[in-house]
Design a protein around this ligand. Structure first.
Ligand code: PLP
Length: 503
């Protein structure tokens, strides 16, 4: 199994190299050359295994240069039961909500209460092994641009991991209070956090520019360091996400919700950078029986428009919403989908990405659009509908969902009305409602008091809805703020050099 680059046919690297490097030198993304194919027999086998067994199987097929022992070690360390609370035997949990005819795949029982833990608890282990395998003795310098959840999950995954340093940038006014507090109180000697005057795309563009800045790369190299990435452009982020789609399918089979291996499901994913839904797409291409992939956006609906028209246009107003982890107008992982549906046409993909960087817009050809639309449906949900969905879902089913999950629920219900497609459906739930306490409380509580402090609201939400406060959230109240730096897109480099003591 080798990895190619989405923009250049000459690049070929191993999985370990792809994980160390993060992004290709020309700005393209690493993608597997072929995808392993799973048969019904594989599903029967996986059904009998634990989550760890399922993850070991999938990862082994993608990372042949790792030994089975290494992979098992990585996976077992990542998904230790004490890190994933909620009393579940697996790090994920499929909740069946009878009244709304949905299966909700909760991916947020990890240490930071967002689905990104599923990948970011595993990535540091994959990275340190990859450094060893590629005989790299340099320190990996990991830059992260975050719209909230990635930052905390990455910090928590990488804190005090040998041979790594991490700097996280987040948009000053683009994350929830709880997310900000989670990041600014982060522990660990190798990590740092900085707010940026700008939105998520400014942060992401700034990080990408640093990655490809030859002078900076040379400076790092001269000092025994090398850039790496923990954003979902890193293959090591996507790979762990493929696992839970297989695992959820196995769990549904076991529970009898799906009667026979091979019966199809729909998957609805609240989407930002297109990483999570792309993992579902890869799972489908590997043989997971998926009928439709439904992409749910918030008011930053660039993907809805693209999937409906074939026109990707980032020249639009940017909205700061109550589902901030999806406040994105450049969805980086879409590039990998384009590569796949054009049957690896690097020239075409590079052309579109060049247009995007030059004009902020591109339009795919008819054939590409048809290929995409044969699999994907898309819609979006604004803040008002998000709040109404949280309230309605709670009232009708007693299921309390966070703002991102609510976007998916809304889009799914709309899809159902429009299509009457009664395929069993998995709605992906990406964060604990307590990560977005303010918005969730406002939606479900009649005597909501905006001025109350964040932790009072947490208590109130728990009382009002008789749900448990996740331990990592309650623990925040006691923690000291460690980071208060603020920079602009132009001074991100200074922040980096300061942190690395290169200035
Ligand atoms: C990151 C995130 C998303 C978006 O996931 P992508 O892989 O970027 O599409 C959705 N919901 C939550 C809570 C997130 O943290």
């Amino acid at each position: 199994m080798k990895y190619k680059c989405t923009r250049n046919t000459n690049t070929q690297v191993t999985g370990a190299q792809a994980i160390v490097q993060g992004i290709a030198k020309d700005g393209g993304l690493f993608v597997p050359e072929t995808l392993p194919q799973y048969t019904h027999k594989d599903f029967a086998e996986m059904q009998n295994g634990t989550y760890i067994d399922r993850a070991v199987k999938v990862l082994s097929d993608f990372l042949p240069e790792f030994t089975k022992e290494e992979i098992t070690q990585c996976v077992a360390a990542a998904y230790k039961q004490e890190k994933f609370s909620g009393g579940h035997p697996a790090p994920i949990s499929v909740v069946r909500s009878e009244k709304v005819h949905m299966n909700i795949l909760e991916l947020w029982h990890g240490p930071t209460c967002a689905f990104k833990d599923m990948a970011l608890q595993l990535l540091p282990h994959l990275l340190t092994h990859s450094l060893k395998i590629t005989k790299c003795d340099k320190t990996a310098v990991i830059l992260v641009a975050t719209s909230g959840d990635t930052g905390k999950a990455a910090l928590e995954g990488f804190k005090d991991v040998d041979q790594t340093k991490m700097l996280v940038f987040y948009p000053e006014n683009g994350v929830s209070l709880m997310q900000k507090r989670q990041m600014n109180t982060q522990e660990g000697n190798n990590v740092s956090v900085c707010a940026i005057k700008g939105n998520f795309d400014d942060a992401q563009t700034g990080v990408k520019n640093l990655f490809v800045n030859k002078q900076v790369c040379q400076m790092l190299e001269d000092n025994g360091m090398v850039f790496s990435s923990a954003n979902s452009i890193n293959w090591g982020r996507l790979l762990p996400q493929i696992v839970y789609y297989f695992s959820a399918y196995c769990d549904l089979l076991k529970a009898g919700t799906i009667k026979t291996v091979g019966d199809k499901i729909n998957v609805v994913v609240p989407t930002g950078n297109f990483g999570n839904i792309l993992a579902a797409y890869y799972a489908m291409k590997m043989g997971l029986p998926i009928h439709r992939l439904i992409c749910a956006s918030n008011s930053n609906n660039v993907l809805t428009e693209f999937l409906k028209t074939g026109i990707y246009d980032r020249n639009r107003e940017f909205y700061t919403t109550i589902s901030p982890s999806m406040d994105i107008v450049i969805s980086s992982n879409l590039e990998r989908l384009l590569f796949d549906v054009t049957e690896h046409d690097t020239e075409k993909v590079a052309g579109w990405m060049w247009q995007l960087s030059q004009t902020g817009r591109y339009q795919v050809d008819e054939k590409t659009l048809e290929a995409i639309q044969s699999i994907f449906s898309a819609d979006y949900c604004d803040d008002k509908a998000t709040e109404e969905t949280i309230a309605k879902t709670y009232k009708n089913t007693h299921y309390l969902c966070d703002t991102h999950t609510a976007v998916a629920v809304y889009v799914y219900e709309k899809y159902l009305k429009e299509t009457n497609d009664n395929t069993p459906t998995v709605v992906v739930s990406t964060a604990s409602p307590y990560k977005f306490t303010d918005s969730v409380l406002k939606a479900v509580c009649a005597n909501y008091d905006e001025t109350a402090d964040e932790f009072t609201k947490v208590q109130q939400l728990s009382k009002e809805t008789e749900t448990e406060i996740p331990a990592p959230i309650s623990a925040l109240e006691e923690k000291q703020v460690r980071f208060q730096n603020l920079c602009t897109p132009d001074t991100m480099l200074d922040e980096l050099l300061n942190m690395l003591h290169l200035k």
